[in-house]
Design a protein around this ligand. Structure first.
Ligand code: NDP
Length: 290
């Protein structure tokens, strides 16, 4: 039997998008988000379309730049430079992955940090860890919003499984900033199960279907599942599962996020919030609280 409270990421994200839209309508400018898509990857195209819809849905301008996967690195860098200086663009997002002939790090680092709404630029990484106002990565920002809603963070044991630059590490910085005691686990961590069993707040960002089992969960823990894994079904189709064995974990957790419908929808909502934040800060205006 499921005892856990299940966080409805779709509803939480819709409410956040709504609040951002209301805040945007009170600004004296219209924030703009430029999304750059290189190539024809269908999953990336869907993400870009959804980002565009969420942006206009919140009353912001959406600029889509689609480039062929044969684009020269220099041409992509030239586009970034143009967007960096375009006054109507407050946020720039380059959809990953980029084709192999393009150096992703070079491209991401070319984005003006004050327009870096993905929060991947080293300047924003530094700001995040030092506590200066940063543009922070959207997925962990969404996770923090959900965790804050269900538990006090200060003094809690938080375990993050995964140390990527886009999820695990920024998640650690954010939980630490709110005074959790943070452990970052990864593929070389010894006794991973035992470590997870100590977690009052467990964040899974691994990319391995249902790796975290029910008996890895401390009774009463808050479990945030970032993983998105496509696994085959008996009928030849596929379904999405997280990094946590949901049904087992839900028996012990106090709160859990489902996959799909948990962390995923919050990521785009936080992206449009970041765009509004970037627009306000660039103009020296105070940022509305949402
Ligand atoms: P990465 O592949 O960049 O990182 C995975 C991390 O998991 C690494 O640090 C790796 O350790 C660790 N890991 C791998 N295997 C194990 C293991 N057996 N035991 C412990 N740790 C392990 O992934 P991302 O951070 O980019 O993404 C993680 C998951 O989150 C994916 O499923 C992805 O699809 C999903 N995701 C979801 C988003 C959303 O909006 N909901 C956004 C971004 C990602 P090591 O460093 O030692 O290799």
């Amino acid at each position: 039997m499921t005892n856990a409270r299940i966080i409805d990421g779709k509803a939480t994200a819709a409410a956040l998008r709504e609040r951002v839209g209301q805040a945007v309508s009170g600004l004296d400018f219209q924030p703009g988000l430029a999304v750059v898509l290189v190539g024809e990857d269908p999953a990336s195209a869907v993400y870009v379309r959804n980002k565009g819809k969420a942006t206009t849905g919140a009353g912001m301008q959406s600029f889509e730049h689609k480039l062929p996967d044969t684009v020269a690195e220099a041409d992509l860098l030239a586009l970034i430079e143009k967007l960096n200086t375009d006054a109507s663009v407050d946020g720039i997002l380059v959809q990953l992955p980029l084709p192999d002939h393009i150096n992703s790090e070079l491209v991401l680092n070319a984005i003006n940090p004050d327009k870096d709404v993905d929060g991947f630029h080293p300047v924003n990484v530094g700001r995040l860890w030092t506590g200066e106002p940063a543009l922070a990565p959207c997925t962990p920002t969404g996770c923090m919003r959900m965790i804050r809603e269900v538990t006090k963070i200060s003094g809690k044991e938080a375990v993050i499984v995964g140390r990527s630059n886009i999820v695990g590490k920024p998640m650690a910085a954010m939980l630490l900033a709110e005074s959790a005691t943070v452990t970052i686990a990864h593929s070389r961590t010894a006794d991973l199960r035992e470590r997870c069993r100590n977690a009052d707040i467990l964040v899974a960002a691994v990319g391995r279907p249902e790796m975290i089992r029910g008996d890895w969960i401390k009774p009463g823990a808050v479990v945030i599942d970032v993983g998105i894994n496509r696994v085959p079904k008996d009928d030849g189709k596929s379904r999405l599962v997280g990094d946590v064995a949901y049904a087992e974990a839900a028996e012990l957790a106090s709160t859990i996020t489902p996959v799909p419908g948990g962390v995923g929808p919050m990521t785009i909502a936080c992206l449009i919030e970041n765009t509004m934040v970037a627009g306000c800060r660039r103009r020296g205006q105070s940022v509305p609280k949402v």
